[in-house]
Design a protein around this ligand. Sequence first.
Ligand code: SF4
Ligand code: SF4
Length: 167
Amino acid sequence: MLKGLARGLGTTLKMMTEKPVTIQYPEEKRPVRPRFRGRHVLKRYENGLEKCIGCALCAAACPADAIFVEASENTDEERYSPGERYASTYEINMLRCIYCGFCEDACPTEAIVLGDNYELSFTDRREAIYTREVLLEPAAEGAQPTPHKTPPGAFPRSVPEMKDPQD
Ligand code: SF4
Ligand code: SF4
């Protein structure tokens, strides 16, 4: 019995000297893995224009039918993206999403990205529909949020020129 007690106390003393593994969430957050897939973000270019061109390829690729996109025409007076169109409505039903990343893979402009945000609690089913306003990242410091007023003929392509994906 004394042997067992000594072993138990020994384990306690050993653990007292080790670094605690408990994370004080939400004050302290553990970094996620590089390939972690969290909440989606709609990305912008450095100048503030939106990368999404409203093509709905992400919605077509989604196996859970979680994405709804409605596109509208850009004008030189009110330009949201460098393409012919932009997503005037963009919604993801997070109750359906299975975080497969197919939307990210299908996007020709790398506009929709699964980020590292995993804080996705909601108390109402309607809050589970993440809208364009929720998903769109803020414009970078010094960049102008959309819409932009642009010179006529500055954006003649329906899909902006893209480099090959790096990842
Ligand atoms: S991660 Fe998968 S399930 Fe979720 S919205 Fe994208 S394609 Fe659909
Ligand atoms: S996120 Fe990408 S695939 Fe989806 S509508 Fe926008 S540009 Fe098209």
